[in-house]
Design a protein around this ligand. Structure first.
Ligand code: B12
Ligand code: SF4
Length: 482
């Protein structure tokens, strides 16, 4: 193969640690997952004969200086870094180090934060040269063909510097045919280092993630959809092949199936389930996924169960119909209760996601959310503090009305109740950081420390690993009361 050696690319998942994300006590429950966005970009670059490597700092436990040394050894001259809003500070520090060490290398930033604020990110991180808006596969391949001093005006979907000014190019359309992107380059990742959060895995066997679709037609105000409103899926043939190759390569027995909304199109989910059944994979692989309560029914859920689905995570968000309407969730409390009942009846376990501190939420409504979680009684419940991420309708409204308390992006963390710095970018009128932080801890205690739940977990213990997992969780919950 003729490798383009003009430029070589290194893609970096920045050193945004579990402690940065979840705080000291909760970090042990956090996931260290494959940076699949970078792995997709890498596989696309490989298909264009561009030399590429991935440094996954959280998985390899690397700091900024380790990354500099690694680039020094390998000599890549185009550096791509992935960035979420809460990892902003970590990425800014890394860019400074890189710029100090390598004056002429090109630094490209991408990911959800850059997609939302491409110009502002270049202003705030003067060391970076380019920000990528949206999907990065084609964009990065085109950038890799250019020199640092080229004119980038012809590359769609970026912001770049031209002297002192920042220019934004024409919008890049979403990739319509997802199968044109090769499967993510997992061979460039330290696959043995990844693990999902314990609530998503049965036992302690390895559970990789596969992304089967992009885009979501719904309009929840708190969600930043990097991939637009149109649901685009891989062909089921491609998905089955990718899962089969994971079985062959890593001998997996479970998998996490990701999509913005997996069940957005009933035709697709039914085809996928039937393909898993027909290929025999449903007998070998158990899978977990996320969904919306209004996009499934008993028929679909039974088929999913037959196809190997053992767990679904539903975004419930709140126990107040007023707030559900306010965040444009387009579901009712009754729909949520009904779908929970059907899901349990067909034999699929549930994780419920709940948000505390939504705009205008009162303390009574926060308590109602916790009570609703108990009533729904999923196997696992996650309570996060509302963060208005840039690019969302919620951020725009709060920003416009002067309600954003902090533009320090590093504080945009949904687990701030568990973090010592305890900063929050938004707190509804009449509420306080301390109150919300206390509620986040109380919610978990009220949910998990019920006798029926403790007994349920004790009864599911199958190994020393399970026992240890529950014991650590129990200890953290009890300690959080002190
Ligand atoms: C699945 C998921 C998770 C899973 C990951 C599981 C797994 N095994 O992959 C878990 C539960 C672990 C998770 C955790 C978190 N998540 Co999350 N997650 C998602 C979700 C639903 C899908 C992500 C995904 O797989 N995308 C698919 C890949 C292909 O896309 P991608 O990574 O964005 O990469 C593409 C582009 O962004 C771009 N790109 C990305 N990096 C780069 C770099 C360069 C150089 C270039 C050019 C382009 C580029 O090109 C890529 C290919 O097209 C998104 C929602 C969404 N649709 O984005 C939220 C989302 C990314 N998560 C979000 C958040 C906030 C978090 C957490 C910080 C939450 C927390 N407080 O802990 C953590 C941080 C995790 C981390 N990486 O450090 C937010 C980010 C918002 C923001 N503005 O930053 C999102 C957008 C959801 C939301 N609230 O709107 N998450
Ligand atoms: S939260 Fe889920 S359902 Fe709502 S817009 Fe985002 S991806 Fe779609």
């Amino acid at each position: 193969m003729n490798i383009n050696m003009k430029h070589s690319v290194v893609l970096i998942n920045p050193p945004f640690s579990l402690e940065d994300r979840y705080g000291k006590d909760m970090k042990q429950f956090g996931a260290v997952t494959e940076p699949l966005g970078l792995a997709y970009i890498a596989s696309y670059l490989v298909s264009k004969n561009i030399s590429v490597r991935i440094i996954d700092a959280p998985a390899e436990k690397l700091e900024g200086d380790d990354i500099i040394n690694s680039i020094l050894n390998q000599g890549e001259n185009i550096i791509g870094i992935s960035m979420l809003t809460p990892s902003f500070g970590v990425v800014r520090d890394l860019c400074r180090k890189i710029r100090n060490a390598f004056k002429d290398y090109m630094i490209v930033l991408g990911g959800p934060h850059c997609t939302a604020l491409p110009e502002q990110t270049l202003q705030e991180i003067p060391e970076a040269d380019i920000t990528c808006i949206g999907e990065g596969e084609q964009t990065m391949a085109e950038i890799a063909e250019k020199d640092k001093n080229s004119d980038f005006g012809s590359i769609k979907g970026i912001c770049y510097r031209s002297g002192e000014i920042i220019l934004r190019t024409e919008e890049r359309p979403h990739i319509r045919e997802l199968d044109t992107i090769p499967p993510p380059a997992r061979h460039l990742l330290p696959m043995e280092k990844y693990h999902l959060t314990a609530s998503r895995v049965e036992g302690d066997s390895y559970c990789p993630t596969i992304i089967v679709a992009r885009g979501c037609p719904f309009s929840c105000t708190y969600c930043s959809r990097t991939f637009g409103r149109t649901f685009r899926a891989h062909s089921v043939k491609r998905i089955v092949e990718e899962i089969q190759s994971l079985v062959d390569m890593y001998q997996i027995s479970q998998i996490n199936i990701e999509a913005d909304t997996l069940t957005a199109k009933k035709k697709f989910i039914k085809e996928l389930c039937n393909a898993l059944i027909d290929s025999g994979l449903s007998k070998k692989i158990k899978w977990t996924c996320e969904s919306r309560v209004d996009t499934v029914n008993e028929e679909v859920l039974r088929l999913m169960r037959e196809a190997g689905c053992w767990q679904i995570s539903y975004g419930v968000e709140t126990g107040s119909q007023r707030l559900l309407d306010l965040i444009n969730k387009s579901v009712t409390l009754k729909q949520i209760e009904d779908t929970f009942k059907i899901t349990k009846r067909v034999g699929i376990t549930i994780r419920g996601f709940f948000m505390l501190g939504l705009p205008t939420e009162t303390r009574a409504e926060s308590i109602a959310t916790i009570e609703f979680a108990k009533k729904l009684d999923p196997l696992w419940a996650q309570f996060t503090i509302t963060v208005p991420y840039p690019g969302t309708v919620m951020f725009e409204e709060l920003d416009r009305t002067g309600q954003i308390k902090s533009y320090d992006w590093s504080s945009y963390n949904t687990w701030s109740g568990w973090k010592d710095d305890g900063e929050m970018p938004f707190v509804a009128e009449g509420r306080s950081i301390e109150e919300l932080a206390g509620l986040q801890k109380m919610a978990l205690r009220k949910f998990y420390l019920r006798p029926s739940v403790v007994v349920r977990f004790l009864l599911t213990i199958k190994s020393f690993h399970d026992l240890k997992k529950y014991f650590i969780g129990f200890r953290v919950l009890v300690k959080s009361r002190l």
